[in-house]
Ligand binder design. Sequence first.
Ligand code: 8YV
Length: 340
Amino acid sequence: MSTSTPPTSQAAAGRPKVLVARKTFDDIVDRLRPHFEVESNDTDLPWPQDELIRRLQGKAGVYISGSDKIDVKLLDACPDLRVVCTMAVGYNNIDVAACSERGVLVTNAPDVLTETTADFGFALMMATARRITESEHFLRAGRWQHWSVTLFAGADIHGATLGVLGMGRIGAAIARRGHLGFGMPVIYHNRSRLPADQEGPLGAQWVEKDELLRRADHLVIVVPYSASSHHLIGQRELRLMKPTATLVNIARGGVVDDAALAAELKAGTIAAAGLDVFEGEPTVHPALLDCENVVLTPHIASATVATRRAMSALAVDNLILALTGGTAKTPLNAGQLRAR
Ligand code: 8YV
């Protein structure tokens, strides 16, 4: 059930109104109350777009997650909106250019989730290479009759070549783990090459994308989603990879062509995949659900209590700062805002 928190005093009536569009930690939402009249979504379900638009009437700011869409239709229907704060680092769900044109500030939540997300990327890579969930399903199904020398024999992590597609903050944190913790040679592809003084500590070497695909034993995808990264990995790319290689996607659904991936996993083009994000999530392509050599998780790479609290708190801080005359901590379009 959704609740609305009405103004409790005369003073509250004059305060700006904000909407917390997704359920988050109550004590963090409470930080908004001294500054604003707050309406919050206390269900754990996203509101349909029309309901979001209806609830945004008269609201100056909105707190959203990575699955709430801020598009032209919504912006044009919500002329009072001045600030959009997402608790996610990724912002492909927000039309930032359209926000800028309408003088709407957008903030995201970088940095606070970097190490947690890198931990998870590494965990998913290890689970995939060492066939952890596949073997657990086998055991739980009562199929373990005897030990065998090749039973769930997978691929080593230590010493194997780590390929990182997208060398931003999270990509670098994964590279550092591989290089320092597991003695992995690290190769990466990114539109821009890192300066030598940043490559050195990661033991990372820039290569062309096709070379990355050919050489990586374990490929981790960490590029933001945009029109130019749509299906960056499809049939052609998968067929460049080693038959023993694994692929992990913790970036966004749509960066990988899920139908092509399922087909190539079934054909044995690569050994296995670990996926935390999906095209059209929370729906997962049925052909992927049908593959045994895939580890599937429900978009939880940043999901530790401490990190989800830090992400929420950063979004709330941004909302307060932006609407009370301060400077948001992590703005995305502060320099591009059209005057209102
Ligand atoms: C979030 C993410 O959990 O921050 C991101 O971009 O993908 C995840 O860490 C999610 O999007 C929050 O809504």
